[in-house]
Design a protein around this ligand. Structure first.
Ligand SMILES: NC(=O)c1ccc[n+]([C@@H]2O[C@H](COP(=O)([O-])OP(=O)(O)OC[C@H]3O[C@@H](n4cnc5c(N)ncnc54)[C@H](O)[C@@H]3O)[C@@H](O)[C@H]2O)c1
Length: 449
């Protein structure tokens, strides 16, 4: 099928590349010329395992093209994906101006003689399906004197995880399609048929992939509810970890004990220094805001946010317990990105941690496998980026593990210890081998562990 994906970020680019790999004829559109040039040259603007290779492979088949020309994309695609960003405004509300610009642009270029499915892949507030329809029609009216166009809007929320985005796209737990129009749903099912049949999924992944057909509002709510649930689950285990710390229980044993209960499940029960990234914080805030708009105070979600804000600074509490005064001390962070295997720094817990350590007069250094390679990115200040774990350890009073990158499991901690002022490590993800570190003379402090 002919597809246009508008917005080539973590979601749009992965979606475009994977649809091309499934055999579709895909044009990816972005209004960032630099990004488009980079991709036309076969380079990925983001770090996502396996993405650059698959992108180059699909470009070579001719099934994947990149352009800044929205009209070209809209005319090409039978299915038009909107996959632009929906960041949070300071009020917590979702900023839908990019979606609005794209919807209007689609309306301005919609041809009269063909039927299109417009897909909201971006995470958008409840009611955005009808709103996008209205904006598209505004575009048609303004530029095309309101000639007759035929299109339907479908909500198809995305659940991929950065760091395993390609795997997740080919192995989804479900595909959610929200629309009141059966023709649009049928086209979406045809598009995803190879996925639904498990043609690209891992051998062990359950097949066929369930398709959840809903109305527009419910599909939009499914996305928010899923992220709000996962964020709350993490805040829950972090809260229990904080109590464990006080009563002398071990959160790893507790999480195992409750996670084996099939009603609870063992995923998202890893205590640590809080959730961040480009989705959970803004999606939970947006759901709280939507509830407020409709006269409801979402107290459980507000509490999940409060627990998380505190959790991001739990490491500071622990450093103060160990080192007392932090003014004049040097703290070395292992990892900066909000999770491993991504370069995404949006709302990373490290940002708040760095700001607080700076405020208390500590010097902060960091080594991150991606940030140390790519250089300082958006939102990062008050931290000296080192090129190796050894350089990081030099003169540090403590190490803090912030991101659970696999390579941190295999560092030579004995050698790092020789460079540190104190053999002190705060493991913000309960990731490292406590016994091995203690055998090397480290004081090891986990989170509830
Ligand atoms: N990142 C994730 O893990 C993830 C997962 C699920 C859902 N989502 C949702 O998907 C959406 C996209 O997220 P993302 O992380 O890919 O965003 P992103 O910021 O990485 O990418 C957005 C892209 O849209 C482009 N863009 C903005 N305005 C445009 C316009 N008018 N025309 C063409 N291109 C335009 C930008 O240049 C950018 O390349 C968001 O709503 C997000 O909540 C993200």
């Amino acid at each position: 099928m002919k597809v246009c994906v508008i917005g080539t970020g973590y979601v749009g680019l992965v979606t475009g590349v994977c649809l091309a790999h499934m055999g579709h004829d895909v044009i990816c559109i972005d209004n960032n010329e630099q990004k488009i040039k980079l991709m036309q040259a076969g380079r990925s603007p983001i770090y996502e395992p396996g993405l650059a290779e698959l992108m180059q492979q699909e470009m070579a088949t001719g099934r994947l093209q990149f352009s800044t020309d929205l009209s070209f994309g809209v005319n090409h695609g039978e299915i038009l994906f909107i996959a632009v960003g929906t960041p949070a405004l300071p009020t917590g509300e979702s900023d839908t101006r990019y979606v609005e610009a794209v919807a209007k642009g689609i309306g301005e270029h919609l041809p009269a003689d063909s039927y299109k499915v417009i897909v909201n892949k971006s995470t958008v507030p409840i009611g955005s399906g009808d709103w996008v329809r209205m904006i598209v029609l505004d575009g048609v009216k303004q530029k095309q004197n309101g000639h007759t166009v035929q299109f339907d809007v479908v909500s198809n929320p995305e659940f991929l995880r950065e760091g395993s985005a390609i795997f997740d796209t080919f192995n989804p737990d479900r595909i959610v399609l929200g629309s009141s129009n059966s023709k649009a749903i049928a086209l979406m099912k045809q598009l995803y048929d190879p996925l639904i049949q498990g043609q690209f999924s891992a051998p062990e992944h359950p097949k066929p992939i369930p398709v959840v057909e809903t109305d527009l509002n419910s599909a939009e709510m499914i996305k928010y509810a899923a992220n709000a649930f996962l964020a709350t689950k993490i805040s829950f285990i972090n809260e229990v970890a904080n109590v464990c710390d006080r009563v002398g229980a071990d959160i790893l044993q507790v999480a195992k004990g409750i996670g084996l209960d099939s009603r609870i499940g063992n995923k998202f029960l890893q205590a640590g220094l809080g959730w961040g990234g480009s989705c959970f914080p803004k999606d939970v805030a947006a759901l709280v805001h939507t509830a407020e708009d409709y006269g409801y105070q979402a107290q459980l979600l507000e509490a999940a946010v409060t627990v998380n804000n505190r959790q991001k600074l739990i490491v500071v509490e622990k450093l103060q317990q160990e080192l007392k005064i932090l003014k004049g001390k040097t703290i070395g962070l292992l990892g900066l990105t909000f999770k491993p295997d991504t370069d995404d720094m949006r709302d990373a817990p490290s940002l708040k941690l760095i700001a607080e350590l700076n405020r208390l007069g500590a010097r902060v250094k960091a080594y991150d496998p991606i940030v140390s390679q790519n250089g300082i990115s958006h939102g990062l200040s008050g931290v000296l980026i080192e090129n190796s774990p050894e350089m990081l350890a030099d003169t540090c009073d403590a190490l803090v593990l912030v991101t659970d990158w696999q390579e941190f499991l295999h560092l030579d901690y004995g050698q790092l210890g020789d460079r540190l002022q104190n053999r002190l490590i705060i493991d913000g993800r309960n990731f490292l081998d406590r016994d091995a570190l203690e055998a090397l003379g480290f004081r090891y402090v986990g989170i509830g562990h």
